[in-house]
Design a protein around this ligand. Structure first.
Ligand code: GTP
Ligand code: MG
Length: 556
């Protein structure tokens, strides 16, 4: 009996809802292969942030007339955009054209009074809509189209991959299904904006910015929401020069170190989210971590959130990955595929430990694409050399400068197919001298490993650090074994593709079967390669297993 097919989805916190609607999602901002973003990262962040500030989140009754709902809200001003989604109930995200409309809506809202419990008044942008007269409304309710926030089921993915025309088509389909939708992106920025309102109780003028895979173009539906509490704008020396001989400073508390300051700030914000933050549940303060954080679930959006501060380099890394993701349409397709492949084989995990992370996998793919001939991606050093004076960026003594204007980076002349790249990726890392060499995207070539950690991937900005220091020898070996086996499967596949009418998983689908990992481990133990027949039998059995897994979701 084969192990049940592991879901490929990125872990998420949104519960599988049986009422989930399937509908074509809006185009993702950083889009599919034909939609290369041209905007700078900072422009996207600014636009999205401003959009989120005009937006409200409303928990709606299940039975509601969309038309009446919109008419009611329009009393407060014109609506630019709205969508519904289901999480633990029905929710609406409503973006007004003007920020004043949000004030008007807040002025018309009241704090509920409870008979048994006390409530703490909080004027947020997260509302609860009640029907004054429920019986009157039910007759006019229309069917509400809900935007999907969940990753696709394994069954759907396998079906899509089976029906694809080529391996290239398979990789692009996978990307299209898993990438963040326009609505999901909006919900992420809105959640940050709502948390910012809470943090502003302590630190007026603070900013809460999303970073990591929510914004770096490599996010999959269901991935966590990394937030950065930015206090740097508060009390910065203003551009307005005051006349006279004096300079006015704020009185401030002195704290022994930056780390202690970060811990103190996150501690109070964590308390505040826990006690007063509408929709924030399961708040954990993880203040002794290398990078202190507050982890919580935002109940309404379903996002698992990690809030950090004093973490500006991570924001810069997100910008760098955004640029790499935008430079060539093959990058995201390959990264998504490798991440799904790693997830399917338990190379990545939700539990912190000796596993490789998605961030490290992305670096590995970028490095591989820098090594092609001609290169598909430029090295970080060459992006630094292209930078102008306005791009200069030093964070805590680390040079984080690189060009930010995408249009000034020359496109690659490399025309290799995704199928070839995937095969070569597995071959390359199946034979990489991990014992000697370090992966270095700054120079785009292997370097001698500076220490004895099994896997060494140089942190691109803090170059003395290894981003995969946690990875154990056995996890690295598992990665290498799987890479070799996958290269072998792809080679066999090329010679022996099933007919389109056959139900057999092929190409990428065959690589995502967990059974391959088992077959490989077994073969290694016995010192022989798995035979084609064994693999075919394993592939066959997926047909019965895949049906059982259509609603399975994994948490990170
Ligand atoms: P997901 O698995 O989809 O959440 O990918 P992610 O890129 O968001 O990874 P994660 O949530 O673990 O981390 C968020 C961001 O923190 C990453 O995108 C990086 O910018 C940064 N980061 C994570 N791990 C490391 C690390 O080991 N070293 C450094 N320098 N930065 C890291
Ligand atoms: Mg993340």
């Amino acid at each position: 009996q084969l192990p049940i097919l592991r879901l490929l989805s990125c872990p998420g916190t949104v519960a599988a809802d049986p009422r989930r609607e399937e509908q074509p999602s809006g185009s993702a901002e950083t889009g599919s292969e034909d939609k290369t973003p041209k905007k700078r990262f900072s422009e996207v962040q600014k636009e999205r942030r401003e959009q989120a500030q005009r937006t409200v989140l409303i928990h709606c009754p299940n039975k509601i007339s969309e038309k009446k709902f919109l008419k009611y809200l329009s009393q407060h001003g014109p609506i630019n955009n709205h969508f519904f989604y289901e999480s633990y109930g029905l929710y609406a995200v409503v973006e007004f054209c003007q920020k004043e409309s949000v004030d008007s809506l807040q002025n018309g809202a009241h704090t509920p009074s409870m008979s048994t419990e006390a409530v703490i008044p909080f004027r947020s942008r997260y509302f609860n809509l009640k029907l004054k007269n429920p019986s009157n409304q039910t007759s006019q309710q229309s069917h509400i189209q809900c935007s999907n926030q969940l990753p696709p089921s394994s069954k759907k993915i396998f079906e899509l991959l089976r029906c694809a025309e080529s391996i290239d088509d398979q990789l692009n389909s996978l990307l299209k299904e898993f990438q963040l939708t326009e609505e999901n992106t909006k919900l992420r920025y809105l959640t940050c904006s709502l948390v910012e309102d809470i943090a502003a109780a302590y630190f007026p003028d603070c900013t809460v910015r999303p970073f990591g895979s929510s914004v770096n173009t490599f996010g999959k539906l269901g991935c966590d929401l990394d937030m950065f509490l930015d206090l740097d704008e508060i009390g910065k020396l203003s551009a307005v020069k005051t006349a006279g001989n004096f300079l006015m400073e704020f009185q401030v508390k002195n704290i022994p170190s930056g780390r202690i300051a970060t811990q103190k700030i996150l501690s109070v914000i964590g308390e505040c989210l826990d006690h007063f933050g509408p929709g924030c549940v399961g708040v954990q303060k993880i203040l002794n971590a290398r990078c202190p954080l507050v982890r919580f679930s935002h109940h309404a959006s379903g996002f698992q959130c990690d809030l950090t501060t004093n973490n500006r380099i991570a924001l810069k890394s997100s910008e760098l990955l955004y640029i790499y993701g935008a430079l060539d349409s093959r990058v995201r397709a390959l990264v998504f595929t490798v991440r799904c492949w790693a997830r399917a084989h338990s190379l990545t995990s939700s539990i912190p430990g000796a596993w490789i992370t998605n961030f490290s996998l992305t670096m590995i793919v970028i490095f591989f694409l820098q090594r092609r001939s001609p290169p598909i991606l430029p090295t970080l050093d060459s992006l630094k050399n292209l930078a102008g004076a306005e791009d200069k960026c030093i964070i805590e003594g680390n040079n984080c400068t690189f060009i930010r204007d995408l249009s000034r980076i020359k496109p690659s002349g490399n025309t290799e197919t995704l199928e070839l790249l995937l095969k070569e990726f597995f071959e390359y890392f199946g034979n990489f001298a991990f014992n000697k060499n370090s992966i270095n995207i700054r120079q785009g070539k292997e370097q001698n490993k500076p220490d004895s950690s099994p896997l060494h991937i140089q942190n691109p900005f803090e170059t003395s650090l290894n981003i995969s220091k946690n990875v154990s020898q056995s996890q690295l070996q598992k990665f290498v074994d799987l890479a070799r086996e996958s290269a072998w499967i792809l080679q066999q596949e090329g010679q022996d593709r099933p007919s389109p009418s056959s139900n057999q998983p092929w190409g990428l689908a065959a690589l995502l079967l967990p059974s391959i990992a088992n077959g490989m481990a077994l073969a290694r133990k016995k010192g022989k390669k798995p035979i084609n027949e064994t693999v075919k039998n394993l592939l066959e059995s997926i047909k019965s297993n895949s049906a059982e897994n259509s609603t399975n979701t994994h948490r990170k």
